[in-house]
Design a protein around this ligand. Structure first.
Ligand code: G6P
Length: 609
């Protein structure tokens, strides 16, 4: 998804912006661009393609430019071409704008501006912004920006420079995140904290409809009504060093192997053995509010939606609270009914997914209490919810989510456990068993990761198959969906996740010797049922790769290949059984030569609808 970096200070702006753009690469992009202020002129370079190309070009750039903006674009309106890449300009090439988000009323604005004589160069929605600023520009840029913002419908994070104000950088936001980095005689602007951490730990989060004016030594934040805002400067603890690949070839592999640690971080300080319960500081719900919860609605997209599906099983089984799951994108537009005393839980690794943000706002508008489960601290969803639980998984850079998913499952288990114990539907003894089992997870995850080579060998044998099925039942059905999604995302191999018992209602027609099936067959009270479903595949010559519980012989006769995970209570089993599936997808993708960390067409954080 698009990324923004801006700089004003006394250092070489070009190399700072280039470094910033590289930190944003992981978000997914198809083109990039820079504009600098140099001797009262704008110097611009923008191109479709990879940022690696930018290095050579930017190195040839005139030095001694101290203010500039840069952007990675992920096309929404207009093809990924040089001309559509950001920045975009006004008619006189005096104002340069980079933009994240979508301007929904751009066609009508464009017609109006064209009628007034404005000349457009690109097919983007963004280009209306510099022209609107030009239209309203009389005395100062700041008021022109405010007036332009009042005309825009949609979402935007903006960074703006003008040749008339050589050392000033402007930012504005509505719906898309924008963060100010406060340095020593330098100021930064970015849509993503990752681009700031190598320069400063001091940040200010802009709120809705705020505009910021930055000089190297000052920041001035105001609203559309020209009210000056006093904002808190936060010190972030994110360690830029942890953004490296740790000697591994891809971020995704690094993040898969980080799971013992990230699982630990998800429950660290949250297990209360004395009361046999979990403790979650950020819930901001009183005991009586918690006891009055009669239903739970879980929202998410992609992998976070799969975590939500498992959340449903957890809340219903452990806490005996009816739970429903919705895709955020479906929930927000269908005028959903939220019964009184329904708690809404919005799950999002990035905390910036536009559909989830909008869905949680809709739930809030309808009067529901909303909790966020996010990884990125200070992200829009986390701040908008005002209450929730952080994953503390550390930065997840690989586009395909891995460690954040298993941390989401830990946090959902902790929440279900909290409700279960508070409501008195789980005995103290069961509570203690659950806490012990959660605490054992990092060790068990290490044991699974020790078998990575075995998964790599299976990938070597299977990477040429064009289609895969993944099947599971109960808690393992969402893991079948997640395993299939991982494979699709990074290897572009078609895969489907199916509840094992549904095979016979259609998908079994696909089975022959060319259709491998990955079966989730860990110990549970429905393993026998899963075995019968697998026998039906076997009878049709389908090849079986099964994920089983260590020491279990149950699947021996039915499997062509087996991969085992350590025993754990069935409601925690997904956290371990997804790991071999993450590895399988990773190794198949590398066998196929795919760009694992930057899969085609995908973005880490989808900040448009
Ligand atoms: C994008 C990513 C997925 C992710 C989904 C939801 O589509 O490519 O990996 O699962 O967004 O992201 P979130 O940050 O809300 O969990």
């Amino acid at each position: 998804m698009c990324g923004i970096v801006g700089y004003t200070g006394f250092k070489d702006c070009a190399s700072i912006l280039l470094k910033g753009l590289k930190c944003l690469e992981y978000r997914g992009y198809d083109s990039w661009g820079f504009s600098f202020l140099k001797d009262e002129n704008l110097v611009t370079i923008k191109k479709a393609g990879k940022i690696s190309e930018a290095e050579e070009i930017v190195n040839d750039f005139p030095r001694k430019s101290f203010t500039g903006i840069a952007h990675t674009r992920w096309a929404t309106h207009g093809f990924p071409t040089d001309i559509n890449a950001h920045p975009h300009f006004d008619c006189r090439m005096k104002i340069a704008v980079v933009h994240n988000g979508i301007i929904e009323n751009y066609l009508e604005l464009k017609k109006e501006l064209q009628k007034e004589g404005h000349i457009f160069r690109s097919e983007t929605d963004t280009e209306v912004i510099p022209h609107l600023i030009e239209k309203y520009y009389q005395e100062d840029i700041l008021s022109a920006i405010r007036k332009a913002m009042l005309r825009l419908v949609g979402a935007f994070g903006l960074a703006i420079i003008s040749t008339d104000e050589p050392n000033i950088l402007y930012g504005a936001r509505r719906g898309s995140p924008l963060i100010v980095g406060v340095g020593d005689k330098e100021m930064f602007l970015s849509s993503d904290i990752n681009a700031l951490v190598t320069h400063t730990r001091k940040v200010i989060y802009l709120d809705e409809d705020e505009v910021v004016k930055l000089t190297p030594t000052s920041f001035e934040i105001s609203t559309l009504k020209e009210e000056k805002m006093q904002k808190e400067i936060h010190t972030i603890s994110l360690d830029a060093v942890s953004l490296g690949k740790g000697g591994l070839p891809h971020f995704m592999l690094k993040e898969i192997f980080e799971q013992p640690e990230s699982l630990h971080n998800a429950f660290r300080g949250r297990l209360d053995y004395g009361r046999a319960i979990s403790k979650l500081g950020g819930l901001e719900l009183t005991q009586s509010e918690m006891l009055s919860v009669r239903g739970i609605k879980l929202l998410g997209c992609g992998t976070s939606w799969h975590a939500a599906l498992i959340g449903k099983y957890l809340f219903e089984e452990l806490a005996r609270i009816p739970a429903e799951v919705d895709y955020s994108s479906e929930f927000r537009y269908r005028d959903p009914i939220l019964l009184p005393d329904t708690l809404v839980i919005a799950i999002s690794q990035s905390g910036e997914t536009a559909d989830t943000l909008a869905a949680m706002k809709e739930a809030k508008r309808k009067g529901a209490k909303v909790l966020g489960i996010c990884n990125v601290v200070g992200s829009s969803i986390a701040r908008e919810c005002g209450r929730g639980v952080y994953l503390h998984a550390g930065p997840e850079i690989g586009v395909a989510s891995t460690k954040a998913f298993t941390s989401q499952l830990v946090v959902l288990t902790l929440l279900a456990l909290l409700f279960a114990r508070m409501k008195g539907v789980m005995a103290r003894r069961e509570g203690l068993i659950a806490l012990n089992a959660i605490e054992a997870l990092p060790c068990l995850a290490k044991r699974v990761l020790k078998k990575a080579e075995k998964v790599e060998k299976i990938a070597d044998l299977f990477y040429r198959y064009p289609n895969f099925l993944y099947v599971g039942r109960g808690y393992q059905f969402p893991i079948a969906l997640e395993g299939a999604l991982k494979l699709k995302e990074i290897s572009y191999v078609h895969a489907e996740g199916i509840p094992a018992a549904e095979l016979k209602h259609g998908p079994i027609a696909l089975i022959d010797e060319n259709m491998p099936t990955v079966v989730l067959a860990t110990e549970s009270n429905i393993l026998d049922k899963v075995k019968s479903n697998v026998a039906e595949i076997k009878a049709r010559k389908g090849k079986i790769i099964s994920i089983v519980t260590e020491a279990s012989r149950e699947m021996d006769d039915l499997s062509d290949f087996k991969c085992s995970v350590p025993p754990t209570p069935h409601f925690l089993a997904p956290i371990l059984s997804v790991i071999p599936l993450q590895l399988l997808a990773y190794y198949i993708a590398t066998c196929l030569g795919c760009d694992v960390d930057k899969p085609r067409n995908l973005a880490k954080s989808v900040t448009v609808e």
